[in-house]
Design a protein around this ligand. Structure first.
Ligand code: ZN
Length: 318
């Protein structure tokens, strides 16, 4: 398996992954499938500068096979804010993703990054490396629900909607002729998953579905290339958090207190849970527990997004 370095990595069978170490907030991966005379791009990046550099790195591969189709795996900006630079292509996403994309436009992140006082400082801690000013969000030109089989330059690419999980409409892209799967943010490798939408059960089912495809190469949304063992790790984390959150919920513990307690018990638990506690961005546990609480009780009120980020920063400051 190739090293985890910034740039375009050839996976064989004319499939490529563009990787951005260290895979933390906003440092997402993308994919490229080159067919006869045309190519498919899986995701754009968080801002125009990053996306332009990525497209430049793909120039050789796409010289005789320009990008005709783009898939946005989900609505988070680190997977679609660069769409403006591929606007001549057909841009495909699930209907749920297309609806969600307009809810957090680049201007909103620009405003949070530029906000005065504590809020600006908080958000720049997460997203200060990126430039959201002057991005025009280009929405999908084609949507689907459930499954969509594409033919791109003679190659079959299966889009499978597995959300709501990380977001409202997560999609994975499977290339059967090379047994390669681009998972979007259904997989974070080296960092903790963040369950914005849930339920966690859907995400666990998505992990099982990926393994059932029997892929050889698995390109996560963040982090290094992996295989089925990486899928199992994410599944184990989610199953552990779901069980632990359920126990806390049934004991009447407040969601944030529960997250702090689960984070502590991971550290003092067995080898597996210590690994969970040592993931990058482990503070995401508080969003994950809160989302689990919402699935146990639909009337559970989640904190707003500023408060969610404040809590993650607080847990990680331990
Ligand atoms: Zn992402």
């Amino acid at each position: 398996m190739s090293s985890y370095s910034l740039g375009l990595h050839e996976l064989g069978h004319n499939c490529f992954a563009f990787l951005q170490p260290d895979g933390g907030w906003g440092y997402s991966n993308a994919g490229l499938v080159v067919g006869e005379g045309e190519s498919l791009l899986v995701d754009t990046l968080f801002d125009l500068k990053l996306t332009a550099a990525m497209l430049e790195s793909m120039k050789n591969a796409t010289e005789g096979a320009p990008i005709a189709t783009v898939v946005n795996t989900h609505a988070n900006g680190d997977h679609c804010y660069g769409n403006q630079l591929v606007r001549d292509a057909e841009i495909i996403a699930s209907s749920a993703t297309a609806r969600e994309m307009v809810e957090v436009p680049p201007a909103m992140l620009a405003a949070l990054n530029n906000a005065p006082g504590d809020i600006g400082e908080l958000f720049r801690g997460f997203f200060g490396d990126f430039h959201f000013d002057d991005i025009e969000l280009v929405p999908p030109t084609r949507t689907f629900d459930g499954r969509l089989d594409l033919q791109v330059g003679g190659r079959k690419i299966e889009l499978i909607e597995v959300g709501p999980a990380h977001t409202a409409g997560d999609t994975i892209a499977f290339v059967p002729d090379s047994r390669t799967v681009f998972t979007g943010d259904i997989l974070f490798i080296g960092g903790a998953p963040i369950v914005w939408a849930g339920p966690l059960e859907n995400w666990i089912a998505a992990c099982d579905l990926i393994c059932d495809l029997d892929p050889v190469t698995v390109v996560p949304g963040h982090g290094p290339l992996t295989d089925k063992s990486g899928v199992a790790q994410v599944r184990n984390y989610l199953a552990y958090v779901l069980d632990a959150a359920k126990a806390q919920y049934e004991a009447g513990v407040d969601a944030f207190d529960a997250a702090r307690d689960i984070a502590r018990s991971m550290l003092s638990g067995n080898k597996l849970t210590v690994e969970f506690a040592n993931l990058n961005e482990y503070g995401r546990i508080c969003v994950n527990v809160d989302t689990a609480y919402r699935s146990f009780n639909p009337a559970h009120e989640s904190p707003n997004v500023v408060e969610q980020f404040r809590r993650m920063a607080e847990i990680e400051a331990r």
